[in-house]
Design a protein around this ligand. Structure first.
Ligand code: ACO
Length: 401
């Protein structure tokens, strides 16, 4: 019997790194994370400054083009994006093929993938101009796709985009406008949601971004690659955590019940984890969670909401951060811990939370995809494995087994 592990060890050419905890899959100039210090920079700019002072469209431009836009460049970028906000009318029929209770992520995955059938003029990915058009289309259409998924689930008519509004204002109107003419965008809500989009725009080589890069490395259609990213993001260990975190806070319900849930999270025989806590890279407070916590207060004040679930979240954070288990394992609230509280106050059902994450992360996905394809060293991604199956053996005809 050949010991395959020994063989691999002897060749010395393979690294075995399940979960890629210490393997860089690419070079990238987009996003820098120092997980120990809790630092996140996009093209050198701290996430806190971008969240406080810029807009999602500025951050999208920055990630795609490498520099912040000046006023003229931003106007041009905004008008380019708004030119692409409509979906092909035939896609409305495609939506109607889904069950009404389909998860919005299932719908988004299907519709984003279906766009690959509509844009044959932006599929020559060797042409940088065509790649940019595909990127603009994806950024522009994602709010329309997500809003239509919501409208379909609640049985309301689809609304066309209103390009006189901001990127985020238009999304709010397409989602909540009933009827559209009477919907007035609340500027505090608009700012808060825009900030949430900024906080989710990119996060280097996370699972969904790596999926987009891997799918794109074969030269696949960009819309299909983004559909792959959406599928990966959906999982509860990744983008699905915001939905799971709010469900958990509701299940806890009252501050008095928190110790019971902390004890469960520490119990190795119980699969329960504190959702919205812990991160593969951050071993310190996730800087995005700090901005989120502040934004909750602003939205609650503007909407006159006083959701007890926020009190549960604050107390849970306080108790967990004093607990030896969480301190030793360096488990802090991540971006998903507070985002659900805000989104729920704005009026989004929990099933839409991950769809909003996908909408925002599309910017990072297309920027990373562009960066990968422009790299002259780019190769198809092809991980190796450590084979653990049987060694060679002879086939035995079925009657003799
Ligand atoms: N609650 C309780 N214990 C936890 C938690 C948690 N939320 N997160 C990690 N741990 C423990 C693990 O049980 C493990 O303990 P052990 O060393 O005794 O076995 C240790 O901390 C390390 O955890 P891993 O799962 O090995 O860490 P990994 O880096 O693989 O996972 C992850 C990171 C998936 C985010 C994890 O912390 C988790 O499941 N958190 C909850 C889900 C969540 O919030 N995901 C959102 C991530 S952010 C994003 O995608 C935007």
């Amino acid at each position: 019997v050949v010991d395959i592990r020994k063989l691999y060890a002897q060749t010395g050419t393979f690294t075995y790194d399940p979960g890629f905890t210490s393997t860089a899959s690419c070079e990238s100039g987009l996003t820098y994370i120092d997980g120990d210090q809790g630092v996140l920079l996009h093209r050198g700019y701290p996430i806190g400054q971008l969240a406080e002072q810029s807009s999602f469209m500025e951050v999208a431009y920055l990630l795609l083009n490498g520099e912040l836009p000046n006023g003229q460049e931003l106007d041009k970028f905004n008008s380019t994006i708004t030119r692409h906000t409509m979906l092909h009318e035939q896609l409305a029929t495609f939506y109607r093929g889904f069950r009404r209770d389909a998860h919005p992520m299932a719908v988004m995955c299907g519709v984003a993938g279906a766009l690959s059938a509509f844009y044959h003029d932006s599929t020559d990915i060797t042409d940088p101009q065509q790649r940019m058009i595909a990127s603009h289309r994806l950024i522009a259409k994602m709010p329309t796709i997500a809003a239509m998924a919501y409208k379909y689930s609640v049985g309301q008519p689809f609304l066309y985009p209103d390009n006189s509004l901001s990127y985020t204002g238009n999304f709010l109107r397409m989602t909540f406008g009933v009827p559209a003419e009477q919907y007035e965008v609340n500027p505090v809500v608009e700012k808060a949601l825009d900030r949430i989009f900024i906080l989710h725009a990119d996060h280097e080589q996370n699972a969904s971004t790596s999926t987009v890069r891997l799918a794109g490395s074969s030269g696949a259609n960009p819309f299909a690659c983004i559909a792959a990213g959406i599928a990966c993001l959906w999982g509860p260990a990744h983008g699905g955590a915001n939905e799971a975190a709010l469900n958990m806070l509701h299940e806890i319900g009252r501050p008095e019940r928190i110790p019971e849930f902390i004890a469960r999270a520490k119990d190795k025989n119980d699969p329960f984890r504190l959702m919205g806590f812990g991160h593969r890279v951050y071993k310190n407070y996730d800087p995005r969670a700090t901005v989120m916590q502040k934004t909750v207060r602003e939205v609650f004040e503007s909407l006159g909401v006083n959701d007890p679930v926020f009190e549960v979240a604050l107390r849970l954070e306080e108790l967990a951060l004093k607990d030896d288990y969480f301190v030793e394992k360096k488990l802090f609230p991540n971006v998903d811990f507070y985002s659900g509280v805000i989104l729920s106050a704005i009026g989004f059902p929990t099933t839409m939370f991950t769809a909003l994450f996908a909408l925002a992360r599309t910017v990072g996905w297309v920027a990373q995809w562009n960066e990968m394809i422009s790299d002259p060293e780019q190769k198809i991604g092809r991980p190796r494995q450590l084979y653990t199956g049987p060694t060679q053996r002879d086939y035995v005809p079925v009657g003799q087994r």
